[in-house]
Design a protein around this ligand. Structure first.
Ligand SMILES: *Cc1c(COP(=O)(O)O)cnc(C)c1O
Length: 224
């Protein structure tokens, strides 16, 4: 694809996001994080040239190397993957703008310790396993609010900003929608939460219409 063709292609994705957002309300602002986990730095640069600023990776090592290679560009990096305790220091070295997948109390406690030692804070989202799937990480919906409050209280260097969820692994629109609605209902009950991160390439319109204000788009933005 030529640069011009790629720009027109991305414009079409942006239009779809815009249409879904306006179906909710003109006041409903949605931020797109471009998930670059399968992409090269050249591809990230091409999307940057079109105007994209927020990028997400799901492996600490990839985040580190891409952020370093692209350090001259004013990019905003998100870490969207599950974080192993032995990778915390590596992640903190990059100081990402948002960590989307805080998924256990043990991880929160370990993260708090390391943040305190480094005199840092980190913006985080609580990951919710809204469809209660074995294969997925995250807090169960019933416990999410209590754990969110517990982390807010016990881990002052963790700045919880809201929730993240991956839509139900299903072909049925209704089950996916239900999983998004479960996450959104939790989000609405959290004090001072401002970010509801849900929706990927295959389901972002449904996520936005269910209340998402941050979507994570990978394949649809990068794979022509
Ligand atoms: C890979 C990934 C995405 C993007 O997925 P696509 O279907 O390629 O848009 C979003 N969120 C998380 C947590 C991911 O791991």
């Amino acid at each position: 694809m030529t640069n011009e063709a790629y720009k027109l292609y991305v414009d079409e994705v942006v239009r779809r996001v815009e249409t879904a957002r306006l179906n909710v309300s003109g006041h409903h602002i949605v931020k797109t994080v471009a998930v670059s986990k399968y992409s090269t730095v050249e591809e990230i640069k091409a999307l940057y040239e079109i105007g994209q600023r927020a990028f997400g990776e799901n492996k600490v090592q990839d985040l580190k190397s891409k952020a370093k290679e692209l350090e001259d560009l004013p990019l905003e990096w998100h870490f969207i993957g599950n974080l192993q305790k032995n990778k915390i220091n590596n992640l903190l070295d990059i100081s990402p703008s948002l960590f989307h997948a805080l998924d256990s109390i043990e991880l929160a406690q370990e993260l708090q310790k390391k943040l305190l030692a480094k005199e840092m804070t980190l913006n985080c989202l609580l990951q919710i396993n809204s469809a209660k799937e074995e294969s997925k990480h995250g807090f169960m919906p019933e416990e999410a609010i209590e754990k969110y409050l517990q982390i807010t209280k016990e881990c002052p260097n963790i700045r919880l900003k809201g929730v993240m969820s991956i839509g139900a692994h299903s072909k049925e629109r209704e089950s996916i929608k239900q999983s998004f609605e479960t996450t959104y209902a939790i989000y609405k009950q959290l004090p001072n939460a401002t970010i509801c991160s849900m929706g990927m390439s295959g389901d972002f319109e449904l996520a936005i219409e269910s209340g998402a204000n941050m979507i994570r788009l990978g394949s649809i933005l990068f794979n022509e």
